[in-house]
Design a protein around this ligand. Structure first.
Ligand code: AMP
Length: 400
């Protein structure tokens, strides 16, 4: 991006400003806005004007009862004041991302000025990658920058199709996307060894491709969260009412074998914090993960597993973490995930490179107050997962 001369240009940029809002429209976490700032300020300081596009939520999936769009809830107007504060310059707003007002306001922009467009997902064509919408959006600027890593795995009008309307010299990825890819590549292609991957979350079915690929790249794979119980079941363990995907038992066995064949150490939590029901206030007990009582379920890793996992993490040169190790939303079952967050932070302090690969592990590291103590926290849940799985991201491919 830094090779492009932005002076006096109108730059159309797609960012991921899909921030959480409270019921009054106040931003409750502005991380996504702050992560786009280096790109936005670079372009403004280079003497350009900015036309900013983003989506916010899924407005067409949550229509008003009369079938109209709930503009009040999903408008990007909620972001104008805070963006003005962050950029230190008054941000203008257009009530539709295409049409006369957007055209007029963008044509009148002077260098240093900023126009924020209304939610791109107010148009049904956006998520379908519609060409007509993409062409109209493209008509607003002279250079297209995509810095929305969080939606880079979507072939939408403003993230992918739009790039067809710009020549290679007039389109680029922004600094955030560059950083996301650089960090993912560092972990996957040139890891300082040992390379430890920590994979948690609810379902093994969501993470199979990732685990399969990591078996070819990592030295140690730590498996936690709900998905661990499918592995225990596959080893004939008694898992009570723990989460399990019975269709995936063979696959779990295959992964165990493949890891062994590749000399990859696959670590499962030997013990679990078990609960008598799926509730924070359930009766609790620590148990062997292979011997969970009928009616009980594993909701977090146990103290032995915490110790084993922490030791593996602390001896690592590279750490990739995707997915919580337990139901960390329940305070009584969050300790396992937090202990992993602390171990990753400590290993980073000792010189390891650590990448927090998006989604719930990002909320976990934030909740633990340790996001500044790891090397890189990804802004893209699904996008990072797909990139790590080895898939091509349409939003990046479109840039040529
Ligand atoms: P994912 O989106 O696949 O990364 O999964 C994250 C979700 O997995 C979180 O909402 C956790 O509460 C849930 N989870 C983690 N461990 C368990 C577990 N042992 N049992 C049930 N759900 C879990």
């Amino acid at each position: 991006m830094k090779a492009i001369d932005f002076k006096d240009k109108k730059v159309l940029i797609r960012v991921d400003f899909n921030v959480p809002l409270d019921k009054d429209g106040n931003i409750t976490d502005d991380t996504r806005m702050r992560r786009a700032l280096p790109t936005l300020t670079h372009i403004l300081e280079a003497g350009a004007s900015l036309i900013i596009m983003s989506h916010l939520g899924r407005p067409l999936k949550k229509l008003n009862e009369d079938g109209s769009i709930n503009v009040k809830k999903f408008t990007l107007r909620h972001l104008v004041r805070h963006l003005t504060d962050l950029l230190g310059t008054q941000v203008q707003f257009a009530d539709d991302c295409i049409g006369d007002e957007a055209l007029l306001k963008s044509s009148r922009l002077q260098p240093g000025e900023v126009l924020l467009l209304e939610n791109t997902r107010f148009h049904a064509g956006e998520t379908k990658g519609d060409r007509d919408l993409a062409e109209k959006l493209a008509g607003l600027g002279e250079i297209y920058v995509n810095d929305a890593f969080g939606t880079a795995h979507r072939a939408h009008s403003s993230t992918a199709t739009i790039a067809d309307f710009f020549t290679p010299e007039h389109k680029t990825a922004g600094l955030l996307i560059e950083k996301e890819i650089e960090n993912a590549q560092k972990a996957m292609y040139s890891p300082q060894r040992p390379f430890t991957a920590i994979i948690g979350g609810a379902k093994v079915s969501d993470k199979i491709k990732l685990i399969d690929r990591l078996i070819e790249k990592a030295n140690i794979i730590i498996i936690g969260g709900g998905m661990a119980y499918t592995f225990f079941k596959a080893m004939d363990g008694q898992i009570g009412n723990s989460l399990v995907e019975l269709d995936y038992l063979d696959l779990a066995r295959d992964l165990i074998k493949k890891a062994k064949d590749n000399n990859v150490e696959l670590l499962l939590p030997v013990d679990s914090k078990c609960a008598s029901s799926f509730s924070n206030d359930a009766e609790r007990d620590t148990c062997s993960s292979m011997e969970i009582k009928d009616g009980w379920m594993g909701l977090d890793i146990g103290p032995e597993a915490e110790k084993t996992f922490a030791a593996a993490i602390q001896g690592s040169g590279t750490i990739l973490w995707n997915g919580p190790l337990g139901v960390f939303e329940f305070s009584n079952f969050a300790e396992g995930t937090f202990s992993i967050a602390r171990a990753v932070a400590q290993a980073t302090e000792s010189g390891a490179f650590s990448l927090i690969g998006g989604g719930d592990s990002v909320s976990a590291i934030n909740k633990a107050g340790l996001s500044e103590k790891v090397s890189f926290v990804s802004t893209g849940g699904g996008a990072m997962l797909e990139y790590l799985e080895g898939k091509e991201l349409p939003g990046i491919k479109a840039l040529g």
